[in-house]
Design a protein around this ligand. Sequence first.
Ligand SMILES: *[C@@H]1O[C@H](CO)[C@@H](O)[C@H](O)[C@H]1NC(C)=O
Ligand SMILES: *[C@@H]1O[C@H](CO)[C@@H](O)[C@H](O)[C@H]1NC(C)=O
Ligand SMILES: *[C@@H]1O[C@H](CO)[C@@H](O)[C@H](O)[C@H]1NC(C)=O
Ligand SMILES: *[C@@H]1O[C@H](CO)[C@@H](O)[C@H](O)[C@H]1NC(C)=O
Ligand SMILES: *[C@@H]1O[C@H](CO)[C@@H](O)[C@H](O)[C@H]1NC(C)=O
Length: 429
Amino acid sequence: MRATTGSLAMMALAADIAGAVPVHKPRWQHPAQDDYYISLGPRPYYLIQNMTDGPLKQKLESCYNGPFEVTTWSIGHRGGGTLQFPEESVESTMAGARMGAGILECDVSFTSDLGLVCRHSLCDLHTTTDILLRPELAAKCTVPFTPANETADANALCCTSDITEAEYTTLCSKMDGFNASATTPEDYQHGTPSFRTDLYNTCAQVMTLESYIDLVESLPGYRNFTPELKTPPSQVPMPFHGYTQAQYARDMLDTFIRKGISHERVWPQSFNPADIYLWLNEYPAWGAQAVFLDEDGDVASNFSTAVARLPALKASGVNIISPPYNYLLDRGGPDNNTIVPSIYATTAMAAGLDIIAWSFERSGPLDQVRADADYYWSSIADIISYDGQEYEALDVLARQIGVKAMFSDWSATVTYYANCMGLKGPGHY
Ligand SMILES: *[C@@H]1O[C@H](CO)[C@@H](O)[C@H](O)[C@H]1NC(C)=O
Ligand SMILES: *[C@@H]1O[C@H](CO)[C@@H](O)[C@H](O)[C@H]1NC(C)=O
Ligand SMILES: *[C@@H]1O[C@H](CO)[C@@H](O)[C@H](O)[C@H]1NC(C)=O
Ligand SMILES: *[C@@H]1O[C@H](CO)[C@@H](O)[C@H](O)[C@H]1NC(C)=O
Ligand SMILES: *[C@@H]1O[C@H](CO)[C@@H](O)[C@H](O)[C@H]1NC(C)=O
């Protein structure tokens, strides 16, 4: 009895210090990870401190000491540490996991030998890896590096489909950015936005789809997957040497099946409706959790069309709609200065669609979003000017719209909120 009480007291003390409780031990957890605690760092506290006084701030303040646990309401965008770590890397995924993301993302692109790898675009290797510093691989780029001169910016275009999977795995993942004035490949590497950092820009490890699955499987806690099937850009016309988009869509899910991952733990995403309907038809259990990514309202004149089609999407079998959160938020209230659900949000809710939104913490300081014409805050930019408003917006998304989960480039921000509000994300715990 005594020993038990003692060790409980020790655990309570440890939990108090860490502001966290150990994650539940899943069946696949390695024993050495029994005492894995998630860690949120100072950023959620900074955001709360900057909120306007009121019940929401008081509620969030009341959770200062946790307990904080892994939650599927928090989805690690491009890994979840993307605000500071190179995207789609082992390091970003580890950061997102440590910050409590219960679902980790891998954007799925293919290589020249049809290996599936984690990269946000088939053709972003020149800005997200060091490929231009590898002469033998740089020579294979769709558009090799050309230096800037008096009349033209520096240019390059390197695609995952330009190289083999084995070659891909030799690359370093780097912070996304480039220097348009560069006259050498070395200078072209720079250009990380100032609100991110080069602190961890130290050859992060790239992942294949399989190594990502293995990594997520190795993490303590209830961890799940959201792979996004990319639509290749025009520079990689499909079919690619006979490889069709449909086969690519099948190959992505077959990789999970081959690895013995249950469909209940996978939320496959695509912007391409044909991919979603293929999964619904050929892999119905997986298709039921398919995430229909929507950017068709980006052009203002098309927004009402994107809203109007939502009921038809639900009727056609789609269960989860996933727009950027600017689609979901609007200005309202007596002085038109309150964040409210948009017509898109209310229409999706009325249609019975589940909503997952993207991506929090991608924008940098909110006092800049209007001047920068930032995408994610565009629909409410006129009433956004300080960082504490992040949690006001998240609260509208969570409690007025009822989003089922939220992508974030810095998982701690969303994990803190979800824990404080007692939100369980999707999945079978
Ligand atoms: C929030 O930060 C802004 C600066 O971005 C500052 O002007 C404002 O006073 C802060 N609000 C609170 C409540 O701390
Ligand atoms: C500048 O670069 C562009 C693109 O690489 C090239 O077409 C053009 O001839 C160059 N101009 C000069 C003056 O070198
Ligand atoms: C961008 O490239 C130009 C030309 O090579 C160089 O002078 C400049 O310092 C570079 N900027 C950065 C941020 O590396
Ligand atoms: C806007 O909608 C029209 C009609 O459906 C479509 O042809 C066009 O491609 C759309 N534009 C964008 C940018 O989505
Ligand atoms: C509220 O602001 C939006 C722009 O964000 C505008 O379209 C709308 O007309 C405004 N409504 C009122 C009542 O002023």
